[in-house]
Design a protein around this ligand. Structure first.
Ligand SMILES: Nc1ncnc2c1ncn2[C@@H]1O[C@H](COP(=O)(O)OP(=O)(O)OP(=O)(O)O)[C@@H](O)[C@H]1O
Ligand SMILES: O=P(O)(O)OC[C@H]1O[C@H](OP(=O)(O)OP(=O)(O)O)[C@H](O)[C@@H]1O
Ligand SMILES: [Mg+2]
Length: 406
């Protein structure tokens, strides 16, 4: 297997972090001469960054010097792209208001978290800076965490499903020509066309996950090229046979006559809250901050999928009403229904004829729940959105503590 990467693209990435990972994956077969030449250049660059301050190119901090001696906790948020606005909206929904003086200023504050600074960065730089110690927490897509984190144990995924930025990383091939009848990764791998001299050419921006996936799937004759965007054009341009890129609606693939194949999904992705293990264990206040952010996120995200439903029911007492409600599968709520007496005044006398039942219902099951309520005598059904559900504690918090050995 060889990995062909244009020199100019490679040099924009971190030479010191990109190539050692390939050599770890493929200790010997980096046969491609051009790759060896690029590697030598990268090594020279890395060396020159030590010897000459003027020509140094570094991928964030190379040591933890900048991480020492600051008291503020740093949260990295996407500076642009499709995740940027959704991230700010989610934080706003959690009552965390990011105060950015103007859109070109890359530092901001969250008044509700006075010990925390927000730094706006490109998603891949958020991951790099978490690893270098220049950021402590970040919100990015899981695809970027996997690609740029490369399994580094210092990265901890605190919340893996923030409910936006959903997409998957997938291998796609043309739906015409020699690929017309190919439907799976297995069939693609078995095509007689791919040889050592003429490998399957894959265009991807995921130059770590791509080769790793192919190796894990036993695909030997494959070569990779990279580009910064519009990868779907590569097969029609004759540059590649297949692409490995993010897919969400599938429109871009369809519009470029490409198709996904069975077994070709590398990973499912959505936005995640990520932290540096080192920061959580060593930086004062970081753990408290992540606890607060996590609690706010969980409370909001849990409530986001639910409605509060209130209905009146006739009954002799609360227990009898509860028993009737409990016969219906969708009416248990989060912890069983809350039932309270409704005090009515009739002929100058206060009496209880109705009971109010309050339950939380998943949004998807709303209509079904209303029908079940009516079936057991519910009337005057009121439905309102739920804003927060604060549980006693969050399972993710316990997981985090045990992950940190605390
Ligand atoms: N089509 C998509 N639908 C949903 N989420 C996506 C899609 N493409 C990417 N994402 C998610 O959004 C993140 C940011 O993608 P986006 O394309 O906005 O930024 P970028 O790739 O950093 O910028 P650029 O494409 O300009 O290089 C991705 O890492 C991924 O997690
Ligand atoms: O399945 P779809 O909904 O069509 O989305 C998939 C496309 O979205 C992303 O591209 P983006 O819009 O970021 O453009 P880019 O190629 O310039 O990065 C991704 O790289 C795909 O090309
Ligand atoms: Mg993009």
């Amino acid at each position: 297997m060889s990995i062909a990467i244009p020199l100019n693209t490679t040099l924009q990435h971190s030479p010191s972090c990109l190539f050692p990972s390939y050599s770890l994956l493929y200790p010997t077969p980096l046969a491609d001469v051009s790759v060896r030449r690029i590697r030598r250049r990268c090594l020279r660059m890395a060396t020159s960054s030590v010897s000459s301050a003027q020509s140094s190119v570094q991928n964030g901090a190379t040591d933890a010097v900048s991480a020492v001696g600051r008291n503020q906790i740093r949260l990295g948020l996407p500076s642009k792209g499709r995740m940027a606005t959704d991230t700010l909206d989610l934080l706003k929904d959690c009552q965390l208001f990011v105060k950015q003086v103007n859109p070109r200023q890359y530092v901001a504050q969250i008044p509700q978290l006075p010990n925390t600074e927000v730094w706006f960065q490109r998603p891949k730089d958020i991951v790099r800076k978490l690893l270098s110690g220049d950021l402590d927490l970040g919100i990015v897509g899981l695809d970027i965490v996997s690609e740029f984190g490369q399994g580094n144990e210092d990265l901890i995924i605190v919340h893996e499903s923030l409910n936006f930025g959903d997409c998957h990383l997938s291998l796609a091939i043309p739906n015409y020509g020699i690929f017309e009848n190919i439907k799976s990764l297995k069939e693609l791998a078995q095509m007689p066309q791919w040889t050592e001299e003429r490998p399957l050419r894959v265009a991807t921006g995921f130059t770590y996950l791509g080769p790793k996936f192919m190796k894990e799937n036993g695909i030997k004759h494959v070569t990779f090229s990279t580009a910064d965007g519009a990868l779907e054009a590569a097969p029609a341009m004759g540059i590649a046979d297949a692409i490995l890129d993010l897919v969400s609606s599938g429109t871009t693939l369809k519009e470029n006559n490409l198709k996904e194949i069975e077994g070709g999904v590398v990973l499912e992705s959505q936005a995640a809250l990520v932290a540096s293990r080192r920061a959580l264990t060593e930086r004062k206040g970081a753990l408290d901050t992540v606890h607060e952010i996590l609690e706010r996120l969980e409370a909001h995200l849990k409530a986001d999928g639910q409605f509060t439903v209130v209905a009146n029911m006739r009954g002799t007492d609360a227990e009898e009403v509860a028993a009737r409600v409990k016969t219906q599968p969708s009416l248990s709520g989060l912890q069983g229904p809350t039932i309270s007496p409704v005090y009515c005044k009739r002929d100058g006398k206060v009496s209880i004829e109705f009971y109010a039942i309050v339950i939380c219902v998943p949004k998807k099951a709303l209509y079904e729940s209303v029908q079940q309520l009516r079936a057991v005598g519910g009337s005057g059904v009121l439905v309102s959105p739920l804003t927060y559900i604060f549980d006693e504690d969050t399972p993710r918090w316990s997981q985090l503590l045990s992950n940190l050995g605390l």
